[in-house]
Design a protein around this ligand. Sequence first.
Ligand code: HEC
Ligand code: HEC
Ligand code: HEC
Ligand code: HEC
Ligand code: HEC
Length: 429
Amino acid sequence: MTKRPGTPGRRFAAAVALAAVALLAGCSERPAALSMEAFLERHWADPVAPQGTPPQAFSALEASLSPRACGQCHVEQYEAWRASLHSRAVGPGLLWQLKLMDQAQANRCLRCHAPLAEQKALLAIEHGWEGAPAAPPPAYVGPDLAHEGLVCAACHVRGHGRFGPPARAGGSGAKSGRQVASAAGGDGARVGGGSLPHGGFTASAAFQDSRFCAHCHQFPEDGPRLAGKLFEDTWQQWAASPMAREHTCQSCHMPDRKHQWRGIHDPETTRGAVDIALAVEPLGDGRWAARTEVRNVGAGHHFPTYMVAKVELALFRRDADGTAHPLERHVIGWMTDTQITREIFDTRIPSGEARSFEDRFAAPRGDWQLELVVRVKPGEHYERMYREHLARRDELPPQAVPHLQRALQLVVSAEYELARIFARPAIAN
Ligand code: HEC
Ligand code: HEC
Ligand code: HEC
Ligand code: HEC
Ligand code: HEC
């Protein structure tokens, strides 16, 4: 990196280092090649080091960390990312909690929700945290960067250099029409040099490895646990699943390198995760058994993977005149109290496995059928937690309340019906 004294951004950049308590040592070297483990360790060093002063040769567009700037050339990735949850990782659900935190506490959340040092510095200015830079952000940072969540640069830019997966045969992404040479191969291979925008990029197969995602979707062994289980364990669930032989996180969540990251918030994706079977069998004397089986056929980890989402199964006996008689309800998910100190139950379904429920009930003679309504609450845990805090809103700083109200609205509006399944008794009753 060339250091240019007097560059307007320098004072901010220097303060950014402080704000993010960055560990700068050893970050300026760029060896020709690294093992994938070493690459990932450096790429996801926590905290991510400030980018520093952009290379002199960069235009303002090339230097910008703003997703909109990347989107000028990488149109497809930008459009997909903008609609994804990664672009909303700094939403009202996080913002109301930041109002209750000091900088050190907040940075523990921002590691995953807004990992760039420049984002942490902007949030420090906004919240008046100690160590916030006094100088305004330089042009390459952009005033909105903190609120844009998990931005392109968080995954792809270190020290202003671009890192990405090996180029596809025949070039890719940006609308340059330019062929990217066969340097696709080895880890740490530089592609393009000075001839391409932003000085080309460094290719690493780490971008196609599930461990790339683990930085934020897997807690370390010594991370927080309940009932012996890590709060976040998606990578290990995947690694232990039969799916791991054929799929990575990317092959399911970024098919054809698409930047959509669809998951349990998307009904179509979730329908692809499960097979649901419903049957009704006679037990005699007007009694019946409803058998429900839910099989995880499409998720490469538990269904659902965290304690956040819940899937509710509601059984009804539906009479010919349309009257619905509620029978049993079941919940699939990891249910804990809102403080995460007590496990209530854990009915998540590991990849490739199934969970069955048998419910016995009495039914009169006549024409009826069994109806199963499956609803998904992608943010059930947060919904309960937000309601508890809203009930005690007097104890919150007033500026947190509007964010909390908006967060509750968002979480409730994310609920949807996944399926509605019917089963008729096989023999006349
Ligand atoms: C002026 C246009 C331009 C801008 C602005 C730009 N890029 Fe690029 N980028 C390119 C071109 C051209 C290539 C090389 C061809 C390709 O792979 O698309 C490239 C390559 C890449 C690659 C490597 C793709 C691969 O195959 O692995 C990544 C990653 C990348 N850019 C990320 C970014 C990010 C992130 C930003 C914003 C911080 C950005 N770029 C801004 C034009 C641009
Ligand atoms: C959560 C991390 C993450 C974020 C955020 C992210 N990317 Fe990517 N990007 C990846 C990964 C991982 C791949 C490689 C996927 C694969 O090869 O299966 C990739 C691939 C790419 C490629 C190569 C695409 C191709 O078709 O060869 C480009 C270009 C790129 N990203 C640009 C962007 C831009 C621009 C943004 C923001 C609008 C962005 N990325 C946001 C992780 C991310
Ligand atoms: C190790 C990475 C990681 C850390 C650290 C982390 N989160 Fe998250 N957070 C996630 C992931 C992944 C999700 C998505 C969960 C899902 O989809 O079920 C999430 C979801 C959320 C949501 C719900 C979505 C939204 O934006 O409304 C909130 C709120 C949230 N986190 C707040 C926090 C707070 C507050 C902290 C710090 C105390 C924190 N997170 C720390 C990874 C992390
Ligand atoms: C075989 C395909 C597949 C693989 C592999 C896979 N996923 Fe998923 N993932 C899904 C499907 C389908 C869903 C929606 C159903 C669900 O939530 O389980 C999902 C949901 C999610 C969710 C939403 C939250 C939740 O509670 O379920 C996150 C986060 C996620 N995946 C991350 C990952 C990560 C990280 C990896 C790699 C370690 C990964 N996935 C591997 C298919 C896959
Ligand atoms: C820097 C941290 C970070 C990295 C790296 C990261 N994620 Fe995420 N991811 C998050 C956070 C935070 C959320 C929750 C955003 C929200 O809802 O506010 C999330 C949400 C998701 C979701 C949305 C699921 C849903 O609830 O519907 C999926 C799927 C996902 N990530 C997959 C991936 C995959 C695949 C990778 C690797 C290519 C990856 N993530 C890398 C932090 C990260």
